[in-house]
Design a protein around this ligand. Structure first.
Ligand code: SAH
Length: 305
């Protein structure tokens, strides 16, 4: 895969793309990453990349010319129309807080492409003609505003690269992670590359990952769950599924609504919920013993009435 990044801060990428899986993938030629300085595509002596917004208002806007010219200088980027058609193998992505939110499924879709171009915005953003006429999609890395697209581009490179077959030593490990469970090649091939696509992790049917432990078995009195050391693979599998369900229920209950749960999952989830209710009841009983906490509890219960 070839990845080109367009930025006004090329030095930003010294570091983030030079470690671990991404570094190895670059060294072995699985992925080629080129960083392009947008200022090299300006024509005035001040190398101006930004200008004031039409219609007034705060801040500056990245000009369209250097971005168009940089992309055109590659010579091998397909037309926007081709990139938007089914089976496209290239994507020009504008990093934008207004974009479709990146998730594991979008990363999987992108990892199947041959060529990705990432355009990093700055200031108040990028002239809208980039999104309308040059990029084929806008991607956001989360519901918050960054000061530039560079961190987002690094996030996309990282998550996409590790999904390219051969990038991670044990390919199976990328299929058992959070959000990822039953991702299939045929599903990816059928995903609408250009549009909004099916939402997020439904492709993986994914829960969050189960907890991992390593040696020592007892660290300062904090013991590794017994079940992981008894060698009973059936029990370990069931424990892992249950803890994954428990963690998903606690941290990302929204994911549970999209996951296709098996009968066993449903039973395990019922157990988890029951345990939580018992825990909560125990907690209230415990608190009831302490006059100070009793006050808080009674205040809270009257407060909610
Ligand atoms: N005025 C814009 C924010 C501009 S921030 C707005 O309110 O939507 C400057 C640049 O940072 C953007 O052009 C974009 O490239 C990048 N950026 C900001 N937030 C981002 C996010 N959540 N995901 C990806 N890129 C983001």
């Amino acid at each position: 895969m070839k990845i080109d990044i367009l930025t006004i801060f090329p030095d930003f990428f010294r570091g983030p793309l030079d470690y671990g899986i991404v570094r190895r993938a670059r060294e072995t030629g699985l992925v080629e990453i080129n960083i392009h300085d947008l200022r090299a595509f300006t024509k005035d002596k001040h190398r101006t990349v930004d200008d004031r917004p039409f219609g007034g208002g705060e801040g500056m806007v990245l000009k369209p010319e250097p971005i168009f010219e940089c992309l055109e200088s590659f010579g091998d980027v397909e037309s926007r129309k081709v990139r938007l058609s089914p089976g496209a193998k290239q994507s020009v992505i504008l990093l934008s807080a207004q974009g479709r939110r990146l998730d594991q499924m979008l990363a999987a879709v992108l990892s199947a492409l041959d060529r990705i171009v990432l355009i990093c915005g700055r200031y108040e953003g990028v002239d809208e003609r980039i999104s309308e006429h040059l990029a084929d999609r806008e991607v956001s890395i989360g519901d918050y505003v960054l000061s530039g697209g560079e961190l987002g581009a690094a996030v996309i490179v990282d998550t996409v690269t590790r999904l390219i077959p051969g990038a991670v030593g044990n390919q199976a490990s990328t299929q058992q992670e959070s959000f990822t469970e039953t991702r299939t090649e045929s599903f990816i091939a059928n995903v609408d590359l250009a549009g909004d696509g099916p939402s997020s992790t439904c492709v993986s049917g994914g829960l969050l990952d189960y907890p991992h432990y390593t040696r020592p078995a007892d660290f300062r009195g904090m013991a590794v769950p017994e079940v992981l050391m008894n060698g009973n693979h059936d029990q370990i599998r069931s424990w892992r599924r249950k803890t994954a369900l428990e963690k998903t229920l606690r941290n990302r209950p929204d994911l549970l609504e999209r996951v296709a749960l098996t009968e066993e999952d449903k039973e395990l989830l019922d157990q988890v919920k029951l345990e939580q209710i018992k825990l909560a009841q125990g907690f209230v009983t415990e608190m009831g013993k302490t006059p100070f906490l009793q006050k808080i509890v009674s205040k809270k219960s009257t407060g909610t009435k």
